[in-house]
Write a protein that binds this ligand. Structure first.
Ligand code: NAG
Length: 147
């Protein structure tokens, strides 16, 4: 339940910050399910694959997203989801598979937001293999969005 409280708090905080500018339409957080990350360090550059199912209650659109980020890559690089009206990027790169930022945006500028994947809901397992570490999010991962 903790992540829901955090997402709600963040949404409330960003709404408070946004309020003075203009009356913005309230957007509900995007839900990511089956969030998975796998880290491959055997072959340089070390790379992390990330995948999830995206569900946007604001548009009722559902799509699948996946990306491969390699050390040295840009945080601004955007990856299309299956539905190209949703894109994914990693603003700070992925230097720790157990703690990184996920940004979701829409090319038309109608929604954008990011959330940090870390903490007790991230179930990670190191292994002597390929990948060398795998993480699965336990439950629904929320990304608060605004215009
Ligand atoms: C993402 O989708 C847009 C719109 O379909 C397309 O123009 C662009 O080339 C795609 N980018 C990549 C990296 O595939």
């Amino acid at each position: 339940m903790k992540f829901i409280t955090i997402a709600t708090t963040l949404a409330a905080a960003s709404a408070a910050v946004a309020a003075p500018h203009t009356a913005k339409r309230d957007l509900r957080p995007i839900s990511l399910t089956s969030l998975a990350a796998d880290y491959y360090d055997q072959t340089p550059p070390a790379s992390t694959t990330v995948s999830f199912q995206l569900s946007d209650p604001n548009t009722n659109i559902e799509t699948a997203c996946d990306a491969v980020w390699s050390v040295g890559g840009a945080g601004t690089t955007k990856y299309n989801c299956s539905d190209h009206t949703y894109q994914l990027n990693f603003p700070n790169g992925i230097y720790n598979i157990e703690d990184f930022m996920i940004q979701i945006s829409r090319p038309d500028g109608s929604e954008s937001g990011k959330a940090r994947a870390y903490g007790n809901d991230w179930k990670c397992e190191k292994k002597d293999g390929y990948p060398s570490e795998s993480c699965r999010w336990d439950g629904v991962f929320h990304v608060g969005v605004s215009k």
